[in-house]
Each structure stands twice: as C-alpha cells, then as structure tokens.
Design a protein around this ligand. Sequence first.
Ligand code: MG
Length: 278
Amino acid sequence: MKKHLVVLTAILVLLATAGFVTVCSRPTTSQKEPVKQKAEATATAWPGSKWPMHDMQRPQPPVITPGTFSTQQTPGKPPSDAIVLFNGKDLSNWQSVKGGPAQWKVEHGYFEVVPGTPDIETKQKFGAIQLHLEWSEPTPAHGSSQGRGNSGVFLQGEYEVQVLDSFHNITYPDGQAGAIYGQHPPMVNACRPPGEWETYDIAYTPPVWQDGKVTTPPYVTVFMNGVLVQNHAEIFGPTSGSPRPYPDLGGVGPLRLQDHHNPVRYRDIWIRELKPAP
Ligand code: MG
C-alpha cells in the first residue's frame, strides 16, 4: 500500500511538472502579437498604393535642409531645394507682362509696385508649387475698400490670392486680403497693421486635363501670417472678370504680381516645385 502511494505521488508530480512546463513555454498574447503584426505589415498595401506598408524597398524621400522663419526686421532663409525668386537685390527673375524688364522699384531689400507700370511675372513657369511670399502695405494707410493697398498674387498668371490692406478696412468679403478673388473669402481676417510684413505660404495644384476637359479643378491652400485662411479651396476659374472656363495653360504658368496703382512692397519670395512623395 505504501509502495502504491509512492508511485502515485511520483506520477502526479510528473504530470504537474509537465503541465507547468507547457504553460511556461506557451507564448503569451503580448509576445505573439508583434510577430503577427509584422507579418501582416509586410504583406498588406492600402487600396490605391502600390507599396506594401513599411516596405524598406520603397525609395527614401530626398533630404533637404529646411529654412528659417522671418522676423519683421530680417527675412528668413529658404529651404535648400527652393527656387529664390527675389533675393533682395534685383528683379532679374521677373519681367513686365507686356514684355521687357520689370519696372518696379528695388530698394532696402524689398521691391515696390510703381503705380501705372504693368504687372510683373516670373520668367519661369510653374505647375504645382509651394510658395512663400511677404508683403507690406503703404503707411500711413491711404484710400478705402479696394483702393487701399491693393495688389495680388496670381497663380499660373490666372488665379488671384488677393493682397489688400484689410486692417480696419471693410470691403466685399471675397475681395479682402487672403481671399481667392471673387470666389472664396478667407476663413478669418489675419491682417497685420500697414507697414508690417505679412506672410503668405501657399500650396497650389493646377487643374488636370483629360481629352480637352478639366477632370480635377485647381486647388489652393493659404496660410496668412501662419493662420490657415484657405483650406484646399477649389478655384472655380480665372479670377479676373466674369465667370469663364479654365484656360488650358499646358500645366504651367508664371507667378504674376499685380499693379493696382498702390505702392505695395514685397520681399523674401521663394517657390518649391512639388513632386509626388515616393
Ligand atoms: Mg488685387
């Protein structure tokens, strides 16, 4: 009887030990999940993407050096891949829209509209862009509504982001500073007083054409003095005159600045041509 008890005890000890080892060697849920996630991550692509998630074979984005922000006293530095359109010294990258050299005045690191001369435009043409530009309104303020510090930034030479002294100056909402002229008022009025430098940071994509028709309209996003005032706004058509269809510009156009007979100043203008992410 005593012998049987010893054998039974030994069997129970062996069974218990085997069970304990089995429990200990079984992976816990938290150990298993990362392995499962990794396997899924390398096999799955989002619809519309040709690249599986986290694919190390996907090309790396180009490395650039970011710029610095401006102060009221000093313009910032552009990113290393930017095309500098005005370096504070001359208008060599610009021309009159009527042909010949740009006739605006350059002094003290900025250039200024000479009223009665034509608009100016870049010699180079662009498609999808990021644009940084700074402007300053005449001081003391002169005129009212659309007559106070009016100029404009025409994307592809056709679509105007309004420049105006909208500091305590009421005008029609779709014509104030930060507006897509005649189409979209800015979401807020973020104007600084005249004489201070204002900033525009703009992202623009041109219309997409297929078989003679626009299949995707142009879109624009505008930050004014760091404040979002246009959020991927659809541009309905050229902003000058009555509504009319998009002109087929072949995907590119110059950046144009408006002479509206007010001596508005500009500085620190650079542009980046946008390419799809890898
Ligand atoms: Mg204007």
